[in-house]
Design a protein around this ligand. Structure first.
Ligand code: SF4
Length: 619
């Protein structure tokens, strides 16, 4: 007789719920839930196949410590002692903690508590630094909250949706279903601004092709038209900045970019569609945020939202990344971001929970030089590239083997259920952290993850009002964060991060595939997903393929000023001349080696979307 255990999808921040089917202590399938308000019984292909990763033969099975250059099996006690020995005596600024989902809220809370309370460091960050830190900063300065001001359901109610810098049809299909519902039921106009004609653009009413880096100029020019035509009003200081963004001026900036097809008519058409709407929603992703001036890009987009009294739905990346941030996994006070802790002033001790910075950071060759000198602890379920730099590896139970709560992108808090006991020698994340705290001399007295949830509820204003009993009874609660203010933030286009040149004439950008997730740590352990997307491919325009005598499957060497990779190509009609599009899911082809280091002084979210490169065919 199978048992059903209610859980949440471990992949993305949309936060679908379903049951795991457990047979004889094995997770054998998922069973969708028609009454799940998020997925409505239709999780995407990643969710449908998430059960496959639990019993993967490739899990990290036991603790390991590095001896004479090699990771060797160790006991839990030995591992904790090794960590204690190497962190004690370090100054707070020499220590950094780096969190990520699918760690639960409870584990994330304890993670930062150990850093702040025991090791006295504020150098705590999360993988949000590499995806939506810019969004959080912009939302905080626009609405006074660090989460989206809307609910996913607002997409379905919209009559006009601007999708910019994201491909939700492929990467957040469940959220995109709500966009399609808006189109069907409200005749909503879908505008897609993107650097190539991806799956989402093909379904849009209006597609504007933007080279990576032109987003802010484009958004300012759209608002300029809206203001000039009297469709919206904005404060005087915003109007003054917008003066520099007349559509013809912006189109002129674009005309200086080779093969850029975005025109005055494009800007005017977008402004007309937005201007005529009554329920406008912005949906943005990492095409806006993963730039040195990502927060400014988001400000430009949110200025339109404010002017239209609309809503914004940022497509937050990983499941529970909202919760990881809510729990305090972000620098405060004198704390440093992961960008600074790796590149600017490298720390001596780095604790990584469920993340893979050795694949996700920019300028990886430079990052590796710093990481090699650190004492690195990796708490992970699956082996990853970062394990090659780890001095201690702690086997974390998979999400299906531990209970706790996740907070989705729309701030919906729900329980993840424990379907089976932790496999091999792995332990639940909060248990590992609690035992480590004891090894470091502090016993917090937790007996369950619920004890930590109670402390979260008591300490975090946004979580004060949650009803734990309701969560245990499979209900949803929402973090409470009312919009505090509505403030415009005028911004100016600063120029491109990595301009093309004679030596590097092409622009390479990164994107996510429908069948893999982030650095592939989980999705590549699903045989179904791996079969659908077994190897990295770089998309090349028909023109560039012709120029370089390339056909599908040929290999090219792509070189930027900081690195090179070899990758197979796929020739695509949808990709404009001058652009290369490659995924970052594959450790076999570390595409972020090509990304030169560039991040702004406030948010420190690095550019991961634009590298000037050249390409040549290789055997
Ligand atoms: Fe999982 Fe996101 Fe797909 Fe939902 S949309 S099933 S949360 S990956």
């Amino acid at each position: 007789m199978s048992e059903l255990v209610r859980t949440l999808c471990p992949y993305c921040g949309v936060g679908c719920s379903f049951d795991l089917v457990v047979d004889d202590n094995k997770v054998v399938n998922i069973s969708p839930l028609k009454d799940d308000p998020v997925s409505e019984g239709r999780p995407c292909i990643k969710g449908f196949n998430c059960y496959q990763i639990v019993h993967s033969p490739d899990r990290v099975k036991y603790p390991m410590i590095r001896k004479k250059g090699k990771l060797v099996r160790a006991s839990w006690d030995e591992a904790y002692k090794f960590i204690s020995k190497n962190v004690k005596g370090l100054k707070p600024r020499q220590i950094a903690f780096y969190a990520a989902p699918p760690a639960t809220n409870e584990a994330s809370y304890l993670f930062q508590k150990i850093a702040r309370d025991i090791l006295k460091t504020n150098n705590i960050d999360s993988c949000a630094r590499l995806c939506h830190a810019a969004t959080c900063y912009a939302l905080k300065n626009t609405f006074g909250i660090t989460a989206m001001d809307a609910k996913l359901e607002d997409l379905a109610k919209a009559d006009c949706i601007l999708i910019i810098g994201t491909n939700p049809k492929a990467t957040y299909p469940v959220a995109f279903d709500k966009v399609l519902r808006a189109k069907k039921e409200n005749n909503a106009k879908i505008i897609c601004a993107r650097d190539w004609e991806d799956e989402t653009c093909k379904l849009a009413d209006c597609y504007v092709e933007l080279k990576p880096g032109l987003e802010m100029a484009f958004l300012n020019s759209v608002l300029n038209v809206l203001v000039r035509e009297g469709k919206v009003s904005v404060p005087k200081e915003v109007k003054e900045v917008l003066e520099g963004y007349h559509a013809d001026k912006v189109a002129k900036i674009c005309s200086t970019v080779k093969n850029c097809f975005f025109t005055v008519e494009d800007i005017e058409q977008v402004a007309r569609l937005i201007g005529d709407s009554k329920k406008f929603v912005l949906m943005h992703g990492m095409g806006l945020t993963q730039h040195a001036y990502g927060a400014h890009n988001v400000f430009a987009a949110l200025n339109i939202v404010l002017a239209k009294n609309g809503k914004s739905v940022p497509m937050r990346g990983k499941a529970n990344i909202q919760g990881v941030g809510d729990m305090g996994c972000g620098p405060t006070g004198d704390g440093e971001t992961i960008s600074a802790s790796i590149f600017l002033d490298p720390v001596k001790f780095l604790y990584v929970m469920h993340s893979n910075p050795a694949q996700s950071l920019p300028d990886l060759n430079k990052a590796y030089k710093a990481m090699k000198k650190m004492f690195l602890v990796l708490q992970t379920t699956f082996p990853n590239k970062t394990m090659g730099f780890a001095n201690v590896v702690l086997p974390a139970a998979s999400w299906a083997e531990q209970e706790g709560t996740f907070t989705s992108a729309e701030s919906r808090i729900r329980m993840t259920g424990k379907a089976i006991e932790p496999l091999h020698e792995s332990k639940a994340d909060w248990v590992i952290l609690d035992e480590l705290a004891k090894a470091l001399g502090k016993d917090y007295g937790y007996r369950s993850s619920e004890d930590i949830l109670k402390e979260i509820k008591a300490n975090l204003p946004a979580y004060n009002k949650i009803n734990i009993e309701n969560l245990k009874n499979k209900g949803s609660e929402f973090a409470y964060r009312p919009v505090a203010f509505r403030k415009f933030n005028p911004v100016k286009f600063p120029g491109f991060e990595d301009p093309t040149s004679k030596k590097y004439p092409l622009v390479l950008t990164t994107w996510r595939w429908p069948f893999h997730f982030c650095t592939g740590d989980m999705s590549r352990h699903s045989p179904t997903l791996e079969k659908l997307s077994p190897e990295p491919l770089c998309y090349v325009s028909v023109e560039d393929a012709k120029k370089n005598s390339l056909k599908n499957g040929d290999k090219v060497k792509i070189t930027s000023k900081v690195g090179n990779v070899i990758i197979k190509v796929k020739v695509m009609d949808e990709v404009p001349q001058g652009l290369l599009v490659a995924p970052f899911h594959f450790h076999e082809c570390l595409i972020n080696k090509l990304m030169p280091l560039a991040y702004g002084p406030i948010v420190e979210e690095p550019n991961l979307k634009r590298a000037a490169v050249n390409m040549r065919k290789v055997k």
